[in-house]
Write a protein that binds this ligand. Sequence first.
Ligand code: NDP
Length: 239
Amino acid sequence: STSPDQQRWAVVTGASSGIGAATARRLATEGFRVVMGARRVERLERLAEETGGLAVELDVTDADSVAAFVERVPECHVLVNNAGGAKGTAAVAEADEDDWRWMWETNVLGTLRLTKALLPKLVSCGNGHVLTVTSVAALETYDNGSGYTSAKHAQAALHRTLRGEHLGEPVRFTEIAPGLVETEFSEVRYGGDTERAAAVYRGLTPLTAEDVADVIAFAATRPAHVNLDQIVLKPRDQA
Ligand code: NDP
């Protein structure tokens, strides 16, 4: 067993499903104690029982909730900014401001809030690591997806800026940019339209949440002097 001074702590946002849940499980098997945050706390509690982690309610769009969450984090060596997603698809000409606000609040300001609040702990532990789950939508644009692609571009710009601002400090920064991953998000993206969600995967085998969690765990377990800046992973048959 690990002595308390060797114990490494990880925070995973959006750990109640998909990539975040798989990452919390995977980091636990790597010996991390994982603080899991999301709004659906009963799901986190089940995962906490399974992994020996801590389940803490978190709404990344609410500054008070973020402050209360951070109070419950004893130490933080690794922060996985994973909470996020997409809402609605529409041409720019028909863009829905509420959907845009949701996507920017969750993906961009959520990442900003958690990173700001946990950076002091990440630096003072002497070996911190921020991993942000962006998307290939942070690298390209596509029709009817400007709300999501613009939020993911902004989230990535914020994440990439951190490395320069903290150069010389004991903290690393890795951007994880997945292509299509089969999660609950696949249906959320099309407002519960299962037929349309399934059509996205026609002709290719999507990544699983575990495929992404493997890559996150790999990056988080490199020696402290190694910084993986950006990892793009896609299904083999995704263009
Ligand atoms: P899921 O919908 O399965 O998971 C999204 C997670 O984010 C949930 O745990 C949800 O928890 C959490 N979340 C959403 N809003 C908030 C909030 N306000 N506060 C706290 N947590 C929140 O989707 P994925 O696992 O696919 O998505 C995870 C990340 O991966 C997202 O950033 C997404 O953009 C990105 N991504 C996904 C891809 C895909 O194809 N699936 C591809 C590339 C990137 P709860 O609802 O309980 O709060």
